[in-house]
Ligand binder design. Structure first.
Ligand SMILES: Cc1ncc(C[n+]2csc(CCOP(=O)(O)OP(=O)(O)O)c2C)c(N)n1
Length: 585
């Protein structure tokens, strides 16, 4: 681009040399840059477009990276990445070997804190602010930028509550666009809307927590934001700036259809039109099988309720919210609350399906143990996005659930091999198990499905043999069975889908250990503590001397990339599995 300002900006230092009158043009160019690259390379779009002016203003006013700037969740930080020296790498965003889609400390000194999960920014920034104070540095600024959906998460409140009784040099910027991935929910959202409309006279909530509150201001007005940030820079103690923005700002469709353009996939950068996906008949997504099946079941069983923490679209609970709205609940980014809410409902005889992504359920660990399992409440956990999730990367892979759930008493853990099994276990669970169950299934699609096929009951704790062979036994759990099946097509081995990580099918395992000298376990979960470990424990407890190999996710964080690329990296793709079995028979 001729006379491009963005082309000349390689760091915030250079940005700060610009005259304020150049900044609107820079904003325009930054938007175009983001749109052009995300249009072809995919990624999160709307959130970053909404904070273009805010991003420029923050780096213009504050002395980053010395001042600490923390983006909550971080999916809105593309502009930040581009202005902080990663413009030329931005086309590798979220790809294998490329830059991460989220701020990451190891990637840049400007990424003050690694993020991906919501509602952490205030606590982290407060921690930094207290550290500065203890070191006698009273100049350093600590800024948390947090969205209106994330600030409703419990941890954000814990941070605000603590900050309000400190004199730490903390600035919380609320980026209020009234939407998360789906429209924001809750009483706080209504309150903030009233503040914006002027029907709530002052923002008393934030002031009551001892913050110096200012706003709301127009987050697309560079002069207004810069003026406020400069003023706040000189005010000591906890401060709060309420900024109003439009998610998707600058791309018409993204402003209008904010849910779709959160992460639209490939689209035409000029017109904004999303490119249609292949028209070929594809198997349904697991999430949609969950979404439609719960509606089907709930129409017959009035006790069924559905719960999602802020992921109605991602989990497909949106179908139930549309059809049986009184029984389906989006509780906001509140995984802990979602789990204990489900527990409370279960005490009253309701049958809660609590759908939480595997990675986000990590947030609610004590609630699973203390509120659900200890009381043996029959909550049905549906863990979507289990296993490797792809481009979202290390913060989002659902590769720990088998390990972190397996040690909890009273909990059944099931992993469907395909969508048919998902439907059948959902059916089985709502019939009443008398205890909680976790059902973990992956992102994406498995097999084509006959929706008319009647449900069949799954026997708890029973595995099944998928292939008979001579040399060794392969034991898989969940949808990774697909790769195993393909890998051993021409290899003479037995394949068992064990289905339950807990309780294990002891009878079947005894048969297997008596018949085969070598047993190989395959899972898309951490090897440590996962399904393979369960089999090792079984063998040890029963004094089996067989050779046992455990395949799965190694003891390291797996970065971003395509799911197949990452499977290849950890040896769980068809080719590597074939090679492995050929070498071991
Ligand atoms: C603990 C947790 N739960 C759910 C998510 C999924 N998630 C990613 S972004 C997002 C919405 C964030 O909305 P908001 O805080 O308003 O920020 P904005 O997108 O408007 O910048 C959600 C629910 C997450 N990242 N972390």
């Amino acid at each position: 681009m001729q006379n491009s300002i963005l082309n000349k900006i390689n760091s915030p230092k250079e940005l700060r040399l610009l005259s304020p009158k150049d900044l609107p043009q820079l904003a325009q160019e930054l938007r175009e840059f983001i749109i052009n690259i995300v249009a072809t390379k995919e990624g999160h779009l709307g959130a970053s477009l909404g904070v273009v002016e805010l991003t420029i203003a923050l780096h213009y006013v504050f002395n980053t990276p010395n001042d600490q700037l923390i983006w909550d969740v971080g999916h809105q930080a593309y502009g930040h990445k581009i202005l902080t020296g990663r413009k030329d790498q931005f086309h590798t965003n979220r790809q294998l070997g490329g830059i991460s889609g989220f701020p990451k400390r190891s990637e840049s000194e400007f990424d003050a804190f690694g993020v991906g999960h919501a509602s952490t920014s205030i606590s982290a920034a407060l921690g930094m602010a207290i550290a500065s104070k203890l070191k006698g540095d009273f100049e350093k600024q600590h800024i948390a930028v947090i969205g209106d959906a994330s600030i409703a998460g419990g941890m954000a409140f814990e941070g605000l509550n603590h900050a309000g009784v400190t004199d730490a040099n903390l600035l919380v910027v609320l980026n209020d666009n009234a939407i998360g991935i789906d429209p924001s929910v809750g009483a706080l959202k209504q309150y903030l809307t009233n503040v914006k409309k002027g029907t709530q006279r002052r923002n008393n909530i934030i002031e009551a927590l001892n913050f110096d509150y200012s706003g709301p201001i127009d987050g697309h007005d560079l002069d207004a934001i810069i003026t406020q940030l400069k003023r706040l820079k000189n005010i000591k103690g906890p401060k709060f700036l309420h900024v109003i923005t439009t998610k998707g700002k600058g791309l018409k469709q993204a402003e209008t259809d904010q849910v779709k353009y959160h992460a639209p996939g490939k689209f035409d950068a000029k017109t904004g039109e999303i490119f249609a996906k292949s028209a070929l008949r594809q198997p349904p997504k697991y999430q949609d099988v969950f979404g439609h099946t719960i509606v089907e079941l709930a129409k017959k069983n009035k006790n069924i309720v559905g719960i999602t923490p802020a992921m109605p679209t991602g989990s497909s609970l949106k179908y139930m919210m549309a059809e049986i709205s009184e029984c389906a609940f989006d509780v906001g980014i509140a995984e802990q609350h979602a789990v204990t809410l489900a527990a409370g409902m279960a005490t009253q005889g309701l049958i809660p399906f609590c759908n939480i992504y595997s990675t986000f359920l990590q947030r609610a660990y004590d609630q699973i143990i203390h509120d659900v399992a200890l009381q043996k409440l029959p909550v049905i956990f549906c863990l979507d996005r289990a296993g490797l999730v792809g481009q979202d990367g290390a913060t989002h892979h659902g590769v720990f659930d088998l390990s972190y759930l397996r040690c909890i008493p009273n909990l059944i853990i099931f992993a469907p091999r395909n969508e048919v099994e998902l439907r059948n276990i959902m059916y089985t669970a709502q019939l009443g198990l008398g205890q909680p169950i976790a059902i973990r299934y992956p992102r994406g699609r498995g097999v084509t499905l006959d929706w008319e096929q009647p449900f069949s009951k799954i026997e708890i704790g029973k595995g099944t043999q998928l292939k008979k062979g001579k040399n060794l036994a392969v034991l898989s759990i969940g949808s990774i069975a697909k790769n195993v099946t393909e890998a051993i097509e021409n290899i003479d081995v037995s394949h068992y889908d064990m289905r339950f990580a807990k309780p294990l099918d002891d009878t079947l395992l005894h048969q297997i250990f008596k018949k085969y000298s070598t047993v190989v376990t395959v899972e898309d979960n951490a090897i440590k503590g996962g399904f393979g470990t369960a089999v090792l424990e079984f063998a040890s407890q029963n004094n089996y001397q067989n050779i046992i190999k455990t395949l799965g996710i190694p003891d390291e964080f797996i970065e971003h990339g395509g799911v197949e690329e990452l499977q290849k990296q950890v040896g769980l793709d068809v080719k590597n599995l074939t090679k492995y079995f050929k070498e071991n028979v």
